[in-house]
Design a protein around this ligand. Structure first.
Ligand SMILES: Cc1cc2nc3c(=O)[nH]c(=O)nc-3n(C[C@H](O)[C@H](O)[C@H](O)COP(=O)(O)OP(=O)(O)OC[C@H]3O[C@@H](n4cnc5c(N)ncnc54)[C@H](O)[C@@H]3O)c2cc1C
Length: 360
């Protein structure tokens, strides 16, 4: 087992942690990003097919209101395009019948990113020193020591695989996940633990699909690709294509709760049948199909995230603390944002806050 010493340990390699690392790389402080998964990006995930990147996590940004993200996209040399919304929308009733409805344009306008949202992470990663990111490094224990903190990697109740001694920590993962899966010594107060567990992780209970097609058959019938359904399994569907480039896509969210999704024999077949019922038979034959059930992801969701969230919470730091243990641990991650919490924008603002508040 190795022990390394750095000025700052960033726990979590989602947008918040990776952006915090980029900000830190502009200082003379040493740091590492400890990421539990075998990839960075966290809830951002954009698998590629034939040069097209489908977003199974976030796909939209709102340049009119999310200024930090819009600016970052610009300085990274990336570009976006407005969500396709032209044409007739569809509404599927409980009994499966489909009604044409006037499609609505989202306000403020939603944009998608060329190259998928993962393009942001890929660009940011290139700004970091090669050894800064440690994949397959799940943090299981954070211990307060006189010089700061000791962070252990591995599974609880097993000998740690590695240790890091650090002066300060940026905790860039959902507070609920941190409270439910990481051991803190000394124990966090009951009030703080409860506050962390109460902060629901945005979209953690959801599942999303992307189906790609050689032709946009729905557009050819005058449909926008936007649909809402009362019968499911999909509750909400959108066009996921990039302008007029093949492959064309449909994407959307599974409306049924996580526990019922697990009982579906084949969720993919059920989704394609529903798409065919709404948009026509060509929907049954995608060139590829991607699906991600975030509720099954142990580094995103906990048992508390399994029931679907009914509305977007008003996020804030747990127990209104942006740092604990005499400013040894700083909270980041979108769920600790006071504005735009849950969104990519909140991931950026909390990274900025945490780096600014470091007292090294
Ligand atoms: C289906 C879906 C759709 C969404 N749509 C949108 C959208 O359209 N627009 C938008 O703005 N936002 C959207 N979001 C929300 C957006 O994805 C998040 O706001 C953002 O990605 C959060 O980034 P983060 O870095 O705060 O957290 P995360 O991305 O969750 O990063 C946390 C990181 O910590 C790691 N980790 C967890 N436990 C440990 C541990 N013990 N040790 C080390 N590492 C650990 C995880 O693996 C992960 O990489 C969506 C999310 C989902 C799931």
């Amino acid at each position: 087992m190795t022990t390394e010493s750095v000025d700052v340990v960033i726990i979590g390699g989602g947008l918040s942690g990776i952006y915090a690392a980029c900000l830190l790389s502009q200082t003379n402080k040493s740091f590492v990003v400890l990421e539990a998964r075998d990839r960075i990006g966290g809830r951002i995930l954009s698998p590629e097919y034939d040069g097209f990147f489908s977003d199974l996590g976030p796909s939209w940004y709102w340049p009119d209101i999310h200024f930090k993200l819009a600016h970052l996209i610009q300085i990274l040399g990336l570009s976006g395009y407005p969500q396709f919304e032209t044409g007739i929308g569809c509404f599927q009733r409980y009994n499966g019948t489909v009604q044409a409805v006037r499609g609505y344009a989202m306000q403020p306008a939603s944009w998608r990113l060329s190259g998928g949202m993962m393009a942001i992470i890929t660009k940011l990663e290139k700004l970091l020193p090669p050894s800064a990111i440690r994949l397959n490094h799940p943090v299981c224990h954070i211990e307060k020591i006189s010089s700061g903190a000791q962070v252990s990697i591995g599974e609880l109740e097993q000998e740690p695989r590695a240790r890091f001694k650090t002066r300060q920590i940026i905790l860039a993962l959902p507070p609920r996940l941190a409270a439910a899966t990481i051991l803190f010594t000394p124990e966090l107060s009951h009030e703080l633990t409860q506050a962390m567990l109460k902060i629901g992780t945005w979209m953690a209970g959801h599942a999303k699909f992307c189906a790609l097609y050689a032709k946009p058959f729905w557009r050819e019938s005058g449909l926008s690709g936007q649909a809402f359904s009362e019968c499911g399994p999909l509750g909400e569907i959108h066009d996921a294509s990039n302008h007029d480039m093949s492959p064309y896509g449909l994407t959307g969210f599974v409306g049924i709760p996580a526990v019922q999704r697990n009982q579906q024999q084949s969720i993919a077949d059920a989704i394609l049948c529903q798409l065919a019922g709404i948009f026509g038979k060509p929907a049954l034959q995608p060139v590829t199909f991607f699906y991600k059930d975030w509720a099954q992801e142990r580094f995103t969701a906990t048992q508390y995230d399994q029931p679907p969230m009914v509305s977007h919470p008003q996020y804030h730091p747990p127990a209104n603390k942006t740092a604990i243990w005499d400013a040894t641990i700083h909270f980041a991650g979108t769920e600790t944002a006071t504005q735009n919490g849950g969104y990519l924008e909140g991931a950026l603002s909390t990274a900025e806050r945490a780096v600014k508040n470091l007292t090294l």
